[in-house]
Design a protein around this ligand. Sequence first.
Ligand code: COA
Length: 156
Amino acid sequence: MAQDERANLEAVLLAGPPDEWIQGLARFGVPVQSHMAQRVVDLEMVVVAEESRGRGLGRKMVDHAAQDYRKRGYRLMSGSFYTHLPHLERYYQRLGFTVLDPGQPLLLRVPEPADGVVAYPAEPTMRQMWRPLAPTVGLTTVSDSHQTLQVIDNVL
Ligand SMILES: CC(C)(COP(=O)(O)OP(=O)(O)OC[C@H]1O[C@@H](n2cnc3c(N)ncnc32)[C@H](O)[C@@H]1OP(=O)(O)O)[C@@H](O)C(=O)NCCC(=O)NCCS
């Protein structure tokens, strides 16, 4: 949260565990689910008061949260926004996020011994995004006989 000198609320950021990814990991067991909750943080909301926008406060809040979670061992910040707010694509890209096409799921590699891919599903009206919090996190290609996927690696 950020407040001005009159103690009015200027900006709010909410972040928490990536619920759908954690649920999607049920088949891998509780230890993997709990590991995910300590490695991935979901950016749920950033709002800056109208009169304070365009002065870098939104950037400051997100960068501060990213730095704080990085220090605590988190490796990835995920998030999403509705397609009817198209300007948010540029905003989040300027903040270092990769923004996916509408409805495209975020895919994360689950390493050995579980070895698999877990998807964070998206509604067609949503755009998902991700920002690495550690330098080793990036995209890798995973193939099987049916398909080739670009997945986020080195998070778990
Ligand atoms: C989106 C929002 C949080 C941005 O906050 P802000 O303090 O105005 O943003 P900043 O000044 O920190 O801007 C950060 C970067 O994003 C860009 N940006 C900010 N608002 C933008 C917009 N509406 N369209 C395109 N780019 C935008 C800025 O140019 C800046 O890039 P730069 O530093 O490279 O020049 C604010 O407009 C807001 O609260 N909107 C309503 C709520 C909302 O939609 N929240 C997001 C979904 S939960």
